[in-house]
Design a binder for this molecule. Structure first.
Ligand code: DGL
Length: 359
């Protein structure tokens, strides 16, 4: 009698455990699969004390520790992590971008990956985001995220930023939106976002063109659509590239001359972005060096250091006559990225100008 009771109790227990496991598997099966690609930055940084918010060390915490610090993520996505590299983002190079972009495209080609989060230093986050916006060949979400306070700080912003980014990357609403930046409960499009403050948590802005949505309670809310082409709509393919053309930026200011332009051309620049004053104006002592560079075959793009607004073609310079390109509203650092990719396709300035009005 006792034996039969224990058998019944045991089988009931096994039955209950089976149901529990099946329910858990069903729950996991419903969650999106999000891969976190870690590259370093402050989000992976550590400081000497909990009040150290400047003078900390960036790029010290590994991807698994970042994931373990936010267990809430396991309730919203099946998260896996890869440490692609571990650097402070001021040291980001073209070779890092090619490595990262190729890994992103391989992962997004896998049916069991629904979205990707890239943890990144904030200093060049906007540049990596725009580069990926032009070379990722998938409509699946790619979300860049960082933090302005190290992981050891009081009110560190990394964990909540990462939780939001994973929610966004796993959200069907983010599909087809291009590469996104999720910081400080806000969603930005890669093309127009920029780091606008050296240290505050609300640093990422798109001052005049605006952010495209919010993340509230882990849920994304979109209010705008981007109008420029991105990801699957672009003509750029980096899959067979192991280097990018050398393109540099020359900054304009009162009293500037031609030294920087001449030095960059002598060092082998194939393209040069001029960060002009105002509407992309060319200082008289710089212009001859730019003209000479163009005559040597260097493609010149007129951008502006101002930060907002359109650099008008044939406005402050006769671009038709000089055979220069204008950057439209792209910042100098983003104009450099588009010019690099354009030069992998053509050196025809009319074609390149079309690209600046397309992406
Ligand atoms: N060294 C800077 C970087 O990696 C720290 C800034 C940050 O990540 O917020 O971009």
């Amino acid at each position: 009698m006792l034996f039969h009771k224990s058998v019944r109790a045991t089988s009931a227990l096994f039955g209950f455990l089976f149901l529990l496991v099946t329910a858990a598997q069903a729950q996991t099966a419903k969650l999106p699969n999000v891969t976190i690609l870690a590259t370093g930055g402050t989000i992976a940084g550590t400081g000497a004390t909990s009040t150290t918010t400047v003078g900390y060390t960036a790029a010290t915490v590994g991807v698994q520790a970042l994931i373990q610090a936010v267990p809430e993520m396991t309730k919203v996505a099946n998260v896996t992590g890869e440490q692609v590299f571990q650097i402070a983002s001021e040291n980001m190079g073209n070779e890092h971008w090619l490595q990262l972009a190729k890994r992103v495209n391989v992962l997004l080609g896998q049916p069991n990956v629904d979205g990707i989060v890239i943890t990144h230093g904030t200093d060049t986050l906007e540049e990596t985001a725009y580069f990926l916006n032009l070379v990722v060949k998938s409509r699946k979400p790619v979300v860049l995220v960082g933090s302005m306070r190290p992981s050891t700080a009081l009110s560190a912003d990394g964990p909540i930023n990462l939780y939001n980014a994973v929610n966004l990357a796993g959200s069907p609403a983010a599909v087809g939106k291009g590469v996104l930046v999720a910081m400080n409960d806000q969603i930005h499009a890669a093309r127009d976002v920029t780091k606008a403050n050296t240290t505050t948590a609300d640093t990422f802005r798109a001052a005049e063109l605006g952010m495209i949505g919010y993340i509230q309670g882990g849920k994304p809310y979109f209010y705008r659509e981007v109008t420029r082409k991105h990801t699957v709509e672009t003509e750029f393919d980096i899959s067979r590239l192991d280097a990018l053309p050398q393109v540099d930026v020359a900054y304009a200011y009162a009293n500037v001359g031609a030294v920087a332009v001449n030095a960059l051309v002598a060092a082998g620049a194939k393209g040069l972005v001029h960060a002009g004053v105002g509407n992309g104006s060319l200082p008289a002592r710089t212009k001859p060096a730019l003209v000479a560079a163009r005559e040597k075959g260097v493609v010149i793009v007129r951008s502006s250091r101002v930060g907002q607004g359109i650099v008008a073609r044939n406005g402050e310079a006769n671009d038709d006559q000089l055979d220069f390109v204008v950057a439209d509203t792209l910042s100098p650092q983003k104009a450099r990225i588009l010019l690099m990719l354009a030069l992998t396709k053509t050196s025809n300035t009319k074609e390149i100008q079309r690209m600046f009005y397309t992406y």
